[in-house]
Write a protein that binds this ligand. Structure first.
Ligand SMILES: NC(=O)c1ccc[n+]([C@@H]2O[C@H](COP(=O)([O-])OP(=O)(O)OC[C@H]3O[C@@H](n4cnc5c(N)ncnc54)[C@H](OP(=O)(O)O)[C@@H]3O)[C@@H](O)[C@H]2O)c1
Ligand SMILES: *[C@@H]1O[C@H](CO)[C@@H](O)[C@H](O)[C@H]1NC(C)=O
Ligand SMILES: *[C@@H]1O[C@H](CO)[C@@H](O)[C@H](O)[C@H]1NC(C)=O
Ligand SMILES: *[C@@H]1O[C@H](CO)[C@@H](O)[C@H](O)[C@H]1NC(C)=O
Ligand SMILES: *[C@@H]1O[C@H](CO)[C@@H](O)[C@H](O)[C@H]1NC(C)=O
Ligand SMILES: *[C@@H]1O[C@H](CO)[C@@H](O)[C@H](O)[C@H]1NC(C)=O
Length: 318
């Protein structure tokens, strides 16, 4: 009996130490940069990492546009941010990445009503998406990769016109644990989690290719892994996971505020411009994940770019 207690004691102590370790390893953006006069667009900003990112930009005085798909959630987020920051220059626009026509409409309106775009954060994404959209693409690939690609490309003129603008892609560490991206499978491969992996792989490759195409401009591009963050993204998991999630795993995850730090860092930290095209974790640069490096060796980033541009019928000049 005594022995059992002491076993529990050591396990509990181990878990507490592990949690302390995780908290110590969490990167924080310490930048004091002020964003008055700057415009920032954050997709999926009504909750989680996107919400904390938008809130931070608003605190720094930016004009912030929350791009969300649900009007009542968007309005609530905007009202909360205005109340908390007293920055009235916070608004929302509606965009649903499940519908590419909607993305085009949003981009058109944005382009015609704004004269600059200093920070674009491609944050919106969803897990456990199934099936095919009305546009004919796997939902996971469209929402997490192709839709944000389209949005970025349609806003690129505006971004390039804005001095020292930044594009930040919230990706994941998922590509660290997969094979190099197979272009034949990117848009037509298996559905479910595999499609999420491929879409997040696409985010990183897109960042690399776009950065190289924008090398002669003042625009810089970054991708990142936010960490394992306690957000709504996990509320889409099966109910059987819920107990484990709620009572055990959650304790070891980052809060949304912690999870947003690397996004904020990539969006405004001065001095990281030479890392354009690179990937970040915990507010520092990390070298390319092996499968990503391999894909780049194989030229997949260029194939993916060409294929995406072709599918979307874009007229690209960069
Ligand atoms: N949480 C993690 O541990 C983790 C780990 C690695 C990477 N990430 C990445 O971090 C980013 C933010 O995730 P999060 O954890 O903050 O997730 P979240 O709380 O679920 O937020 C995701 C946001 O994306 C929006 N969204 C989902 N589907 C959309 C669609 N079809 N059209 C427009 N917007 C849509 C959601 O809107 P609704 O509220 O209307 O659904 C929500 O605003 C994602 O790119 C995710 O892949 C997260
Ligand atoms: C809103 O934006 C305008 C124009 O950039 C700026 O002059 C004004 O100070 C901003 N207001 C707040 C409350 O930040
Ligand atoms: C990632 O970043 C690039 C530019 O960085 C952008 O065009 C692309 O749409 C973003 N998202 C995806 C899905 O890769
Ligand atoms: C954005 O608007 C400008 C002028 O307001 C226009 O010249 C340009 O073609 C538009 N770009 C896109 C991609 O719609
Ligand atoms: C990526 O993989 C490498 C080697 O397998 C590992 O050392 C590293 O911690 C991983 N990174 C993340 C963010 O999971
Ligand atoms: C950037 O400019 C240099 C020199 O002007 C040129 O050699 C190079 O091809 C340009 N790169 C891109 C991506 O346009």
């Amino acid at each position: 009996m005594h022995c059992l207690y002491s076993l529990f004691f050591w396990i509990a102590l181990g878990l507490v130490c592990f949690r302390i370790y995780l908290k110590l390893m969490t990167g924080w953006c310490r930048s004091q940069v002020c964003l008055v006069g700057k415009t920032a667009l954050v997709t999926g900003a009504n909750t989680g990492i996107g919400y904390e990112t938008a809130l931070d930009f608003a605190k720094r005085g930016a004009t912030v546009i929350l791009a969300c798909r649900d009007e009542s959630k968007a309005r609530k987020a905007r009202d909360n941010i205005i109340e908390e920051t007293n920055n009235k220059n916070v608004s929302y626009g509606l965009v649903d990445f499940l519908d590419l026509a909607c993305v085009r409409k949003f981009a058109d309106e944005f382009n015609s009503t704004h004269t600059r775009l200093d920070i674009l954060v491609n944050n919106a994404a969803a897990v456990r998406l199934r099936g095919v959209t009305t546009d004919g693409y796997l939902a996971a690939v469209q929402v997490n990769y192709l839709g944000p690609f389209l949005l970025t490309m349609l806003l690129l003129n505006l971004i390039v016109k804005t001095p020292s603008a930044r594009i930040v892609n919230v990706s994941s560490s998922a590509p660290n644990y997969s094979n190099p991206l197979d272009m034949d499978l990117m848009f037509d491969g298996p559905d479910r989690t595999k499609a999420y992996y491929r879409s997040k792989f696409g985010n990183i490759l897109f960042t690399i290719e776009l950065a190289s195409r924008l090398a002669n401009t003042t625009v810089t591009v970054y991708s990142l892994h936010p960490g394992v963050v306690d957000t709504d993204i996990f509320r889409r998991l099966p109910p059987s996971w819920k107990f484990v999630m709620d009572y055990i795993v959650r304790w070891f995850m980052k809060t949304s505020l912690e999870g947003a730090q690397t996004t904020i860092y990539c969006a405004l930290q001065k001095g990281i411009e030479s890392y354009s095209g690179e990937h970040f974790e915990d507010c520092h640069f990390v070298s390319r994940y092996a499968p990503v490096a391999k894909s780049v060796d194989q030229g997949t980033h260029k194939l993916l770019w060409d294929k995406s541009v072709k599918l979307l019928g874009l007229d690209v000049t960069i």
